[in-house]
Design a protein around this ligand. Structure first.
Ligand code: B12
Length: 134
């Protein structure tokens, strides 16, 4: 399975991104890591170019919301059926309720939302979701 990952927007927090790449490789995924400071359009381009199964976006500075507004538009423009869209990290600036964040980001077009959720717990859920889909 192929995964495109990276940190969205003007976000330079790189540590989680490195850990995510290592963890995904350990789990047997082929990883295309676009790194920090990546824009939504670049993620979508990479998903198309690599024929990825999963797009896994991180946000650590909490500004992902602003960068996610075009996701539904981009999904409608390109054939991305079958791609699992996941986002995690700190999905708000300051404190926020995880349930509300999940609803908000699902409305932007993400299938799985992990606001301040442990990485391995999130990756287990992603793997189980992929198994159920196939
Ligand atoms: C180190 C650090 C920095 C360093 C970054 C160095 C670098 N190149 O990486 C420096 C000093 C440069 C920095 C800058 C800033 N930072 Co900073 N930083 C931190 C700090 C102390 C640690 C982050 C870290 O590396 N943690 C270790 C990694 C392993 O943990 P993690 O980031 O939490 O990631 C885990 C989870 O989030 C999760 N996860 C992440 N993505 C995903 C995705 C999925 C799908 C899943 C399931 C899980 C998951 O798994 C990861 C691994 O366990 C945190 C505070 C903290 N204690 O967490 C603040 C923090 C992230 N920073 C913050 C802020 C605000 C900033 C600045 C905007 C500050 C400023 N005013 O300039 C700038 C950012 C500028 C920018 N353009 O992004 C805030 C964000 C607040 C928010 N979201 O509300 C934090 C939380 C500090 C705070 N309490 O206010 N920062």
């Amino acid at each position: 399975m192929r995964v495109v990952t990276g940190v969205v927007g003007n976000d330079i927090h790189v540590v989680a991104n490195r850990l995510i790449e290592i963890s995904l490789k350990e789990r047997g995924f082929e990883v295309f890591n676009l790194g920090v400071n990546t824009y939504l359009e670049e993620f979508i381009d990479a998903v198309i170019e690599t024929d990825a199964d999963v797009l896994l976006i991180s946000s650590l500075n909490g500004e992902a919301e602003g960068w996610s507004r075009d996701l539904l538009f981009l999904k409608s423009r390109f054939d991305l059926d079958g791609v699992l869209f996941a986002i995690g990290g700190n999905l708000s600036v300051g404190e926020a309720n995880a349930k509300e964040m999940t609803q908000k980001y699902r409305a932007y077009g993400y299938d799985l939302v992990f606001h301040q959720i442990d990485l391995n717990e999130g990756l287990d859920i992603i793997e189980n979701t992929l198994k159920e889909q196939n």
